[in-house]
Ligand binder design. Structure first.
Ligand SMILES: CC(C)(COP(=O)(O)OP(=O)(O)OC[C@H]1O[C@@H](n2cnc3c(N)ncnc32)[C@H](O)[C@@H]1OP(=O)(O)O)[C@@H](O)C(=O)NCCC(=O)NCCS
Length: 157
């Protein structure tokens, strides 16, 4: 059997406290700036205005995460963070997380999902565009390290 699962084996569920170590380790391995701390993750786990999702294989093996934020009274949800483990990339984990993020946004009665992405993050940009996201803006020096961002959004059916 392949060590990394195909799309069909990827499950996305709500994150639990027991996922904190994996969440923080992936955050630190993935992002050099604008990182979420353990405290922030913990707060999001308990929050009504956040949904932390975990992709896993066979329920246990942690493959990636996405964080969706909501605002009271707003029909726009925000895909705040998404990452899959380096060895699991290119196998549908990111796509499964985005679909689950969209489902979570719909559950919160949101009509739009928005996100920001580094302009040079070509893998992510291609993935978002393939999944139906449209570029709606550009933000100079959006990130702590001075990188620029595209803003994308998708209307949720
Ligand atoms: C962006 C990211 C979440 C995508 O996750 P993923 O699990 O690779 O997602 P998928 O497998 O569903 O799709 C990845 C796309 O890149 C392609 N790809 C192929 N090999 C790849 C690899 N080794 N690494 C990344 N992407 C690869 C896939 O074929 C797919 O292309 P397509 O959209 O044209 O089909 C992941 O690359 C990641 O964690 N990157 C670092 C963190 C990051 O940049 N997050 C986004 C911040 S806005």
């Amino acid at each position: 059997m392949s060590p990394t699962p195909a799309t069909a084996a990827v499950r996305v569920r709500r994150a639990e406290l027991s996922d904190l170590d994996d969440l923080v380790a992936l955050e630190e391995a993935t992002f050099d700036s604008d990182r979420m701390s353990r405290t922030q993750y913990r707060r999001h786990l308990d929050s009504d205005t956040a949904r932390v999702l975990v992709a896993s294989a066979n329920r246990r093996r942690f493959l990636g995460t996405a964080v969706v934020l909501f605002r009271k009274g707003s029909s726009v949800a925000r895909l705040y963070s998404i990452a899959s483990k380096p060895e699991a990339r290119g196998k549908g984990v990111g796509s499964a997380l985005i679909e689950a993020a969209e489902a979570a946004a719909r559950q919160h009665r949101c009509r739009t999902l928005r996100l920001e992405v580094r302009t040079e993050n070509h893998n992510a940009v291609r993935l978002y565009e393939r999944l139906g996201y449209h570029r709606i803006g550009h933000h100079e020096h959006y990130y702590q390290d001075g990188s620029h961002a595209w803003r994308y959004e998708k209307a949720l059916a």
